[in-house]
Design a protein around this ligand. Structure first.
Ligand SMILES: NC(=O)C1=CN([C@@H]2O[C@H](COP(=O)(O)OP(=O)(O)OC[C@H]3O[C@@H](n4cnc5c(N)ncnc54)[C@H](OP(=O)(O)O)[C@@H]3O)[C@@H](O)[C@H]2O)C=CC1
Ligand SMILES: O=C(O)[C@@H]1CCC=N1
Length: 264
């Protein structure tokens, strides 16, 4: 299977890294484009794939064509490539807000279009993505995309409306988690821990906690309660986090994120 990426920035690189590492396809079966020569050279070296400046070359090459440019470039890119995209190519969007009908309309011909929302932990094989195909897609087409995305993490099929929610809860959320890790590490540094060690401790605590949610099936509140000893240290931290509005901050942040995604 030939996979093409139009745009090869943060998200495409994370996906390609996972695809190659997990041998979904060989590097020779991937072709990507980027706007600047500097990026193309960097990605060629980093990922070991062929790079081009020509989006139309990528579109003609790909059986699965992933549009990995910023949402505001989608319109120009689709107009540029639409006459070289073969009728049976599966076109994959990773952009928030750009609806299937809008993408279909721009191609001006019936095509298989799949909307997805990946996230950057794809780079280490721990991505979380959703997938939704248009009416032209058979279940095999959707499976093909799921198989590619499974190469760099977990994937679930959702209704299109749910994609806006996925943007908030997994597409964008690595950024909030990195902020949380950074803040915990800063506090540990303030208390005397060397910075590199602080990142290791904070990140491993987040990783382990996430695994507990996924692997025990217990409610996160129960897992939290298991850490809070009576009269202990943790409940003091929990009291301050509640006082400072952690839950409300996360709630409001995600509402803002989803709203922005719907407006794109
Ligand atoms: N970053 C993330 O965590 C996530 C991003 N997404 C979505 O992924 C898409 C890409 O985002 P991201 O990777 O962060 O963005 P980046 O800015 O990191 O990358 C954009 C890429 O597009 C290239 N590019 C720009 N214009 C063109 C063009 N006309 N033709 C071909 N290539 C072009 C850039 O080239 P150059 O480097 O040379 O300028 C760059 O390689 C967006 O739609 C975003 O919403 C989805 C989920 C998560
Ligand atoms: O910030 C953004 O717009 C993209 C979409 C999801 C994550 N990054």
């Amino acid at each position: 299977m030939k996979i093409g990426f139009i745009g090869c920035g943060n998200m495409a690189s994370a996906m390609i890294g996972g695809i190659i590492k997990n041998q979904v396809v060989a590097p020779a079966d991937i072709l990507a484009s980027a706007k600047t020569e500097v990026s193309r050279e960097k990605k060629k070296e980093e990922l070991g794939i062929a790079m081009t400046a020509d989006n139309r070359e990528v579109a003609a090459f790909a059986e699965v064509l992933i549009l990995a440019v910023k949402p505001f470039y989608y319109e120009d890119v689709i107009k540029e490539i639409r006459d070289v995209v073969a009728d049976d190519t599966i076109v994959v969007s990773i952009a928030p807000g750009k609806k299937l009908t809008w993408i279909e309309g721009l191609f001006e011909k019936p095509l298989k279009i799949v909307r997805t929302m990946p996230n950057t932990p794809a780079l280490v094989g721990e991505g979380m993505s959703c997938v939704c195909g248009n009416a032209k897609c058979s279940s095999e087409d959707v499976d093909t995309v799921c198989r590619i995305f499974a190469g760099f993490g977990k994937t679930e099929i959702v209704e299109e409306d749910m994609i806006d929610v996925v943007v908030g809860v997994s597409g964008s959320s690595p950024a909030y988690v990195f902020m949380f890790i950074e803040a915990m590490a800063d506090a540990a540094v303030a208390d005397g821990m060397p910075r590199a060690q602080a990142y290791r401790f904070a990140a491993q605590a987040v990783l382990g906690s996430a695994k507990m949610v996924l692997e025990t099936g217990k409610h996160p509140g129960e897992l939290k309660d298991m850490v809070c000893s009576p009269k202990g240290t943790t409940i003091e931290a929990v009291r301050v986090l509640e006082e400072k509005g952690l839950r409300s901050a996360v709630f409001e942040a995600m509402k803002a994120c989803v709203k922005k995604g719907r407006e794109v």
